[in-house]
Design a protein around this ligand. Structure first.
Ligand SMILES: Nc1ncnc2c1ncn2[C@@H]1O[C@H](COP(=O)(O)OP(=O)(O)O)[C@@H](O)[C@H]1O
Ligand SMILES: [Mg+2]
Length: 248
């Protein structure tokens, strides 16, 4: 096993905030889904955005496949890293087809390849091909979220960053999307970092769960170990809700 993403002695401070990340070290193994959970404002989005260069660390280095990203061309870097967020931010003036084909078009893939990829991804995320000619506002929230995932995956990223992607959809849709994401992960083997505020989602989806508090790591472990051996009181508290559900 090799670390596809490595945070090495990362520090991050914002000028106008007390928040800080200090001496943050983390290895993400290739092919893992890592779920990131913690209270609001603990630094989850900051950690995610440092990977694709949307936020720069104050000091330290992040390596992707052993190469420091501070040396990387940011456009190249982002092309290899899918990014899906809550609400998806589809391009409203583009059809679903053109949304999914956005990056393949940018990099001048052949029309045949783009067409077959669009069909492949719309199917993988569980949507009907008849939706391809529609515009985003003609789809439900859950369908739009699926298109957002298809668009991120159509760029053939090796790494997919997801920031609370399912938090705006209803629970039934969320459960379906979680199952589909697991299947997509099994089919593609890509490395996924998935931010959530739902401990059930974190435990269900994660090969590893990263629990954060105040910019620091409380525990980074398998769901099983997090459940059986919560390392801190904070992790224990986070699990309380799950335990209540288990008892009923
Ligand atoms: N651009 C910024 N300037 C100042 N403070 C920021 C900025 N972005 C985030 N923060 C602060 O950093 C902390 C962590 O933010 P974030 O990583 O977005 O947390 P999370 O995603 O866990 O809710 C928060 O306290 C937030 O207010
Ligand atoms: Mg956030």
């Amino acid at each position: 096993m090799s670390a596809v993403i490595e945070f090495k002695d990362i520090n991050k401070h914002y000028d106008d905030s007390d928040f800080s990340i200090d001496n943050f070290n983390l290895d993400v193994e290739e092919g893992d889904i890592v779920t990131i959970i913690g209270t609001s404002g603990c630094g989850k989005t900051t950690v995610l955005k440092m990977i694709n260069g949307l936020i720069e660390p104050s000091s330290g280095e992040i390596f992707i496949n052993g190469s420091p990203i501070s040396n990387a061309d940011v456009v190249e870097l982002r092309r290899g890293i899918g990014y899906a967020i809550q609400g998806t931010l589809l391009f409203p003036h583009l059809t679903i087809r053109d949304n999914i084909a956005y990056v393949p078009n940018l990099i001048n893939e052949s029309n045949e390849k783009i067409e077959s990829d669009v069909l492949k991804w719309i199917n993988i995320v569980g949507l009907d091909e008849s939706l391809l000619e529609r515009y985003p506002h003609e789809l439900s929230g859950g369908q739009q979220q699926r298109v957002g995932i298809a668009r991120a995956l159509a760029a053939s990223p090796k790494i997919l960053l997801m920031d609370e992607p399912f938090s705006a959809v209803d629970e039934i849709t969320r459960n379906q999307l979680q199952k589909e994401l697991k299947q997509i992960h099994e089919k593609t083997g890509i490395t996924i970092l998935f931010v959530t505020h739902d401990i059930g989602e974190a435990l269900y989806l994660g090969d590893k769960v990263l629990v954060m508090k105040d910019g620091a790591i409380e525990q980074y472990d398998t769901p099983r170990n997090v459940l059986r051996h919560p390392k801190t009181e904070f992790v224990d508290k986070l699990l309380e809700r799950t335990k209540i559900i288990d008892q009923k």
